[in-house]
Design a protein around this ligand. Sequence first.
Ligand SMILES: O=P(O)(O)O[C@@H]1[C@@H](OP(=O)(O)O)[C@H](OP(=O)(O)O)[C@H](O)[C@H](OP(=O)(O)O)[C@H]1OP(=O)(O)O
Ligand SMILES: Nc1ncnc2c1ncn2[C@@H]1O[C@H](COP(=O)(O)OP(=O)(O)OP(=O)(O)O)[C@@H](O)[C@H]1O
Length: 281
Amino acid sequence: MLHLLGVGGANVVFTSDDSPDHVLRFRRDKQIPSSQDVYAFMTAAVYPRLRAAGIDPRSLVDPQIRLISRELLDEAQKLSPVPLMDTKEALLLENCQYYGVSCRIKTLGSSSVGYTDSGIVFISFKPKWLAHSPNAPLEAVHCRTCALNRMRGRPILYCPLRLLSHPREELERFLAHYDLPEKWVQKAAQRFSAAMQSAHVLDALVQVQTDCDPFGILDQKTEMNEKFQVAMATRDCTLYGLIKGDNCVIKLADFDPKDPREKAKFWKNTENNLITGNWYS
Ligand SMILES: O=P(O)(O)O[C@@H]1[C@@H](OP(=O)(O)O)[C@H](OP(=O)(O)O)[C@H](O)[C@H](OP(=O)(O)O)[C@H]1OP(=O)(O)O
Ligand SMILES: Nc1ncnc2c1ncn2[C@@H]1O[C@H](COP(=O)(O)OP(=O)(O)OP(=O)(O)O)[C@@H](O)[C@H]1O
Protein backbone atom coordinates (compact mmCIF):
# COMPACT_ATOMS: atom_id res chain seq x y z
CA MET A 1 0.00 0.00 0.00
CA LEU A 2 1.29 3.49 -0.91
CA HIS A 3 1.24 6.61 1.30
CA LEU A 4 1.65 10.14 -0.02
CA LEU A 5 4.85 11.73 1.35
CA GLY A 6 5.37 14.93 -0.61
CA VAL A 7 4.36 16.93 -3.67
CA GLY A 8 6.94 19.08 -5.49
CA GLY A 9 6.82 21.19 -8.64
CA ALA A 10 7.86 18.22 -10.82
CA ASN A 11 7.43 15.10 -8.67
CA VAL A 12 5.05 13.31 -6.34
CA VAL A 13 6.67 11.09 -3.72
CA PHE A 14 5.23 8.07 -1.89
CA THR A 15 6.29 5.57 0.73
CA SER A 16 5.19 1.98 0.48
CA ASP A 17 4.42 -0.59 3.19
CA ASP A 18 6.56 -3.08 1.24
CA SER A 19 9.72 -1.01 1.55
CA PRO A 20 9.69 1.67 4.30
CA ASP A 21 13.37 2.51 3.76
CA HIS A 22 12.65 3.70 0.22
CA VAL A 23 10.42 6.24 -1.50
CA LEU A 24 8.85 5.98 -4.95
CA ARG A 25 9.09 9.21 -6.91
CA PHE A 26 6.64 9.70 -9.79
CA ARG A 27 6.89 12.49 -12.34
CA ARG A 28 3.96 14.88 -12.51
CA ASP A 29 1.93 15.02 -15.69
CA LYS A 30 3.45 17.02 -18.59
CA GLN A 31 6.94 16.78 -17.08
CA ILE A 32 9.80 16.39 -19.48
CA PRO A 33 12.29 14.81 -18.74
CA SER A 34 11.04 11.39 -17.69
CA SER A 35 12.19 9.40 -14.62
CA GLN A 36 14.62 7.54 -16.90
CA ASP A 37 16.12 10.88 -18.07
CA VAL A 38 16.43 12.08 -14.46
CA TYR A 39 18.15 8.81 -13.51
CA ALA A 40 20.59 9.10 -16.44
CA PHE A 41 21.38 12.74 -15.61
CA MET A 42 22.01 11.98 -11.92
CA THR A 43 24.15 8.93 -12.44
CA ALA A 44 26.06 9.95 -15.60
CA ALA A 45 26.36 13.75 -15.36
CA VAL A 46 26.08 14.80 -11.69
CA TYR A 47 27.43 11.95 -9.54
CA PRO A 48 30.75 11.45 -11.40
CA ARG A 49 31.53 15.18 -11.06
CA LEU A 50 30.68 15.21 -7.35
CA ARG A 51 32.77 12.08 -6.79
CA ALA A 52 35.68 13.62 -8.70
CA ALA A 53 35.33 16.68 -6.45
CA GLY A 54 35.87 14.44 -3.42
CA ILE A 55 32.38 13.81 -2.02
CA ASP A 56 31.89 10.69 0.05
CA PRO A 57 29.67 8.63 -2.32
CA ARG A 58 27.70 7.31 0.67
CA SER A 59 26.19 10.78 1.05
CA LEU A 60 24.60 10.60 -2.43
CA VAL A 61 21.11 9.12 -2.47
CA ASP A 62 21.11 5.83 -4.35
CA PRO A 63 18.64 5.91 -7.27
CA GLN A 64 17.10 2.93 -9.07
CA ILE A 65 14.63 2.79 -11.92
CA ARG A 66 11.59 0.76 -10.89
CA LEU A 67 9.16 -0.71 -13.41
CA ILE A 68 5.64 -0.06 -12.22
CA SER A 69 2.42 -1.85 -13.05
CA ARG A 70 -0.75 -0.15 -14.22
CA GLU A 71 -2.33 -1.06 -10.82
CA LEU A 72 0.43 0.72 -8.88
CA LEU A 73 0.19 3.81 -11.11
CA ASP A 74 -3.59 3.86 -10.58
CA GLU A 75 -3.11 3.56 -6.80
CA ALA A 76 -0.59 6.43 -6.84
CA GLN A 77 -2.89 8.54 -9.01
CA LYS A 78 -5.79 8.08 -6.57
CA LEU A 79 -3.64 9.39 -3.70
CA SER A 80 -1.98 12.20 -5.63
CA PRO A 81 -3.58 15.67 -5.50
CA VAL A 82 -2.17 16.38 -8.98
CA PRO A 83 -2.12 14.33 -12.23
CA LEU A 84 0.85 11.99 -12.68
CA MET A 85 2.72 11.20 -15.87
CA ASP A 86 1.30 8.12 -17.63
CA THR A 87 4.42 5.98 -17.44
CA LYS A 88 5.80 2.52 -16.73
CA GLU A 89 8.74 3.78 -14.64
CA ALA A 90 9.32 5.60 -11.36
CA LEU A 91 12.47 6.39 -9.38
CA LEU A 92 13.14 4.36 -6.25
CA LEU A 93 15.24 6.38 -3.77
CA GLU A 94 16.45 5.88 -0.23
CA ASN A 95 13.98 7.37 2.23
CA CYS A 96 15.81 10.38 3.67
CA GLN A 97 13.05 11.53 6.02
CA TYR A 98 12.08 10.46 9.44
CA TYR A 99 8.43 10.42 10.35
CA GLY A 100 8.31 8.82 13.76
CA VAL A 101 4.94 8.67 15.50
CA SER A 102 5.74 11.65 17.71
CA CYS A 103 7.88 13.56 15.20
CA ARG A 104 7.09 17.29 15.16
CA ILE A 105 8.02 18.88 11.87
CA LYS A 106 8.10 22.58 11.05
CA THR A 107 8.51 23.70 7.44
CA LEU A 108 9.68 27.19 6.43
CA GLY A 109 10.01 27.77 2.66
CA SER A 110 11.72 24.69 1.26
CA SER A 111 13.43 23.76 4.57
CA SER A 112 12.07 21.46 7.29
CA VAL A 113 13.24 20.48 10.74
CA GLY A 114 11.63 17.80 12.90
CA TYR A 115 12.36 16.10 16.19
CA THR A 116 11.06 13.38 18.43
CA ASP A 117 10.79 13.41 22.23
CA SER A 118 13.69 10.98 22.33
CA GLY A 119 16.00 13.57 20.71
CA ILE A 120 16.11 12.34 17.12
CA VAL A 121 16.46 15.40 14.87
CA PHE A 122 15.63 15.48 11.18
CA ILE A 123 16.81 18.36 8.93
CA SER A 124 16.14 19.06 5.27
CA PHE A 125 17.24 22.18 3.38
CA LYS A 126 18.74 23.27 0.05
CA PRO A 127 22.40 24.37 0.19
CA LYS A 128 21.66 26.53 -2.93
CA TRP A 129 24.42 28.79 -4.40
CA LEU A 130 27.59 28.17 -2.38
CA ALA A 131 29.70 30.70 -4.31
CA HIS A 132 28.93 34.20 -5.52
CA SER A 133 27.12 34.41 -8.84
CA PRO A 134 29.81 34.91 -11.52
CA ASN A 135 27.72 37.90 -12.71
CA ALA A 136 27.42 39.57 -9.30
CA PRO A 137 29.23 42.91 -8.92
CA LEU A 138 32.77 42.61 -7.53
CA GLU A 139 31.76 44.60 -4.47
CA ALA A 140 28.77 42.29 -3.73
CA VAL A 141 27.99 42.05 -0.02
CA HIS A 142 25.18 39.51 -0.26
CA CYS A 143 25.43 36.10 -1.93
CA ARG A 144 23.09 35.02 -4.76
CA THR A 145 20.68 33.21 -2.41
CA CYS A 146 20.53 36.02 0.18
CA ALA A 147 20.15 38.63 -2.59
CA LEU A 148 17.26 36.65 -4.11
CA ASN A 149 15.55 36.26 -0.73
CA ARG A 150 15.95 40.01 -0.12
CA MET A 151 14.46 40.78 -3.54
CA ARG A 152 11.52 38.44 -2.90
CA GLY A 153 10.99 39.73 0.65
CA ARG A 154 11.55 36.23 2.04
CA PRO A 155 13.24 35.57 5.40
CA ILE A 156 16.92 34.67 5.30
CA LEU A 157 17.09 31.46 7.33
CA TYR A 158 20.75 30.79 6.49
CA CYS A 159 23.41 32.12 4.15
CA PRO A 160 24.98 29.44 1.91
CA LEU A 161 28.34 31.25 1.88
CA ARG A 162 28.43 31.32 5.67
CA LEU A 163 27.33 27.68 5.71
CA LEU A 164 30.50 26.92 3.79
CA SER A 165 32.82 29.10 5.88
CA HIS A 166 31.24 28.67 9.35
CA PRO A 167 29.01 25.57 9.11
CA ARG A 168 28.33 24.97 12.81
CA GLU A 169 27.51 28.62 13.61
CA GLU A 170 25.32 29.01 10.52
CA LEU A 171 23.43 25.78 11.25
CA GLU A 172 22.79 27.02 14.79
CA ARG A 173 21.39 30.23 13.31
CA PHE A 174 19.23 28.21 10.90
CA LEU A 175 17.96 25.80 13.59
CA ALA A 176 17.01 28.71 15.85
CA HIS A 177 14.08 29.41 13.47
CA TYR A 178 12.48 26.09 14.42
CA ASP A 179 10.82 24.95 17.62
CA LEU A 180 13.71 22.65 18.50
CA PRO A 181 14.46 22.47 22.26
CA GLU A 182 17.43 24.77 22.93
CA LYS A 183 19.62 21.96 24.28
CA TRP A 184 19.33 20.09 20.96
CA VAL A 185 20.14 23.05 18.69
CA GLN A 186 23.86 23.09 19.51
CA LYS A 187 24.15 19.32 19.48
CA ALA A 188 22.35 18.96 16.15
CA ALA A 189 24.39 21.77 14.56
CA GLN A 190 27.63 20.22 15.79
CA ARG A 191 26.78 16.67 14.56
CA PHE A 192 25.36 17.83 11.25
CA SER A 193 28.26 20.17 10.43
CA ALA A 194 30.80 17.47 11.35
CA ALA A 195 29.04 14.98 9.06
CA MET A 196 28.88 17.51 6.18
CA GLN A 197 32.56 18.31 6.55
CA SER A 198 33.82 14.75 6.82
CA ALA A 199 31.83 13.75 3.71
CA HIS A 200 33.05 16.89 1.83
CA VAL A 201 29.47 17.64 0.81
CA LEU A 202 29.62 21.42 0.52
CA ASP A 203 33.22 21.49 -0.78
CA ALA A 204 32.27 19.16 -3.61
CA LEU A 205 29.04 21.02 -4.39
CA VAL A 206 30.76 24.41 -4.60
CA GLN A 207 33.52 23.01 -6.77
CA VAL A 208 31.03 21.52 -9.24
CA GLN A 209 28.91 24.70 -9.21
CA THR A 210 31.91 26.90 -10.07
CA ASP A 211 33.60 24.48 -12.52
CA CYS A 212 30.37 23.93 -14.44
CA ASP A 213 29.37 27.61 -14.56
CA PRO A 214 32.50 29.80 -14.55
CA PHE A 215 31.00 32.79 -16.43
CA GLY A 216 27.35 33.04 -15.36
CA ILE A 217 24.04 33.18 -17.21
CA LEU A 218 24.64 36.74 -18.55
CA ASP A 219 27.99 36.00 -20.19
CA GLN A 220 28.15 35.43 -23.95
CA LYS A 221 30.54 32.52 -23.41
CA THR A 222 28.04 30.57 -21.31
CA GLU A 223 26.59 27.68 -23.26
CA MET A 224 23.32 26.06 -22.25
CA ASN A 225 24.90 22.61 -22.32
CA GLU A 226 24.95 19.65 -19.93
CA LYS A 227 27.67 21.25 -17.76
CA PHE A 228 25.51 24.30 -17.17
CA GLN A 229 22.55 22.03 -16.36
CA VAL A 230 24.72 20.28 -13.76
CA ALA A 231 25.63 23.65 -12.20
CA MET A 232 21.95 24.64 -11.94
CA ALA A 233 20.91 21.21 -10.59
CA THR A 234 23.57 21.33 -7.86
CA ARG A 235 22.27 24.81 -6.92
CA ASP A 236 18.81 23.39 -6.28
CA CYS A 237 19.44 19.98 -4.66
CA THR A 238 18.29 19.05 -1.14
CA LEU A 239 20.45 17.97 1.78
CA TYR A 240 18.84 15.69 4.37
CA GLY A 241 20.24 14.88 7.80
CA LEU A 242 19.07 12.45 10.46
CA ILE A 243 20.73 12.79 13.87
CA LYS A 244 20.34 10.00 16.42
CA GLY A 245 22.58 10.35 19.46
CA ASP A 246 26.16 10.78 18.25
CA ASN A 247 25.33 9.43 14.81
CA CYS A 248 24.36 11.67 11.87
CA VAL A 249 23.47 10.29 8.44
CA ILE A 250 23.42 12.82 5.63
CA LYS A 251 22.10 12.40 2.08
CA LEU A 252 22.04 14.69 -0.93
CA ALA A 253 19.04 14.25 -3.24
CA ASP A 254 16.91 15.91 -5.91
CA PHE A 255 19.25 16.53 -8.85
CA ASP A 256 16.63 17.03 -11.52
CA PRO A 257 17.88 18.40 -14.85
CA LYS A 258 16.30 21.72 -15.79
CA ASP A 259 15.56 22.50 -19.41
CA PRO A 260 17.64 25.61 -20.34
CA ARG A 261 15.32 26.32 -23.30
CA GLU A 262 12.51 26.76 -20.80
CA LYS A 263 14.43 28.42 -17.98
CA ALA A 264 17.19 30.56 -19.56
CA LYS A 265 14.96 33.63 -19.87
CA PHE A 266 13.83 33.33 -16.23
CA TRP A 267 17.43 32.89 -15.00
CA LYS A 268 18.63 35.90 -17.07
CA ASN A 269 15.76 38.08 -15.83
CA THR A 270 16.44 37.06 -12.24
CA GLU A 271 20.14 37.90 -12.53
CA ASN A 272 19.44 41.26 -14.24
CA ASN A 273 16.86 42.18 -11.59
CA LEU A 274 19.28 41.31 -8.78
CA ILE A 275 21.96 43.55 -10.31
CA THR A 276 19.83 46.51 -11.37
CA GLY A 277 17.85 46.44 -8.10
CA ASN A 278 21.13 46.57 -6.11
CA TRP A 279 20.10 43.47 -4.17
CA TYR A 280 23.71 42.28 -4.00
CA SER A 281 24.84 45.51 -2.26
O1 LIG B 1 15.09 30.20 -8.50
P1 LIG B 1 15.36 29.71 -7.10
O2 LIG B 1 16.79 29.80 -6.71
O3 LIG B 1 14.42 30.31 -6.09
O4 LIG B 1 15.07 28.12 -7.11
C1 LIG B 1 13.81 27.54 -7.43
C2 LIG B 1 13.26 26.85 -6.19
O5 LIG B 1 12.96 27.84 -5.24
P2 LIG B 1 13.60 27.91 -3.79
O6 LIG B 1 14.62 26.84 -3.64
O7 LIG B 1 12.42 27.76 -2.88
O8 LIG B 1 14.19 29.30 -3.72
C3 LIG B 1 11.98 26.09 -6.49
O9 LIG B 1 11.61 25.39 -5.32
P3 LIG B 1 10.10 25.46 -4.73
O10 LIG B 1 9.22 25.06 -5.87
O11 LIG B 1 9.92 26.90 -4.29
O12 LIG B 1 10.13 24.49 -3.59
C4 LIG B 1 12.18 25.06 -7.61
O13 LIG B 1 13.04 24.05 -7.14
C5 LIG B 1 12.75 25.74 -8.85
O14 LIG B 1 13.13 24.75 -9.79
P4 LIG B 1 12.12 24.19 -10.91
O15 LIG B 1 11.55 25.41 -11.58
O16 LIG B 1 11.09 23.40 -10.16
O17 LIG B 1 13.00 23.38 -11.78
C6 LIG B 1 14.01 26.53 -8.53
O18 LIG B 1 14.38 27.24 -9.71
P5 LIG B 1 15.84 27.24 -10.37
O19 LIG B 1 16.33 28.64 -10.27
O20 LIG B 1 16.70 26.29 -9.58
O21 LIG B 1 15.64 26.80 -11.76
N1 LIG C 1 14.54 10.57 -1.10
C1 LIG C 1 13.56 11.15 -0.38
N2 LIG C 1 13.32 10.76 0.89
C2 LIG C 1 12.34 11.30 1.61
N3 LIG C 1 11.52 12.25 1.18
C3 LIG C 1 11.69 12.70 -0.07
C4 LIG C 1 12.71 12.18 -0.92
N4 LIG C 1 12.64 12.81 -2.11
C5 LIG C 1 11.62 13.68 -2.00
N5 LIG C 1 11.04 13.63 -0.78
C6 LIG C 1 9.89 14.43 -0.29
O1 LIG C 1 9.01 14.73 -1.34
C7 LIG C 1 8.92 16.16 -1.55
C8 LIG C 1 8.84 16.47 -3.04
O2 LIG C 1 9.90 15.79 -3.69
P1 LIG C 1 10.95 16.53 -4.62
O3 LIG C 1 11.66 17.61 -3.84
O4 LIG C 1 11.77 15.47 -5.21
O5 LIG C 1 10.02 17.21 -5.69
P2 LIG C 1 10.40 18.36 -6.71
O6 LIG C 1 9.34 18.32 -7.72
O7 LIG C 1 11.82 18.14 -7.16
O8 LIG C 1 10.33 19.68 -5.85
P3 LIG C 1 10.75 21.18 -6.28
O9 LIG C 1 9.46 21.92 -6.40
O10 LIG C 1 11.61 21.64 -5.12
O11 LIG C 1 11.52 21.10 -7.57
C9 LIG C 1 10.17 16.73 -0.87
O12 LIG C 1 9.96 18.03 -0.42
C10 LIG C 1 10.35 15.77 0.28
O13 LIG C 1 9.46 16.12 1.32
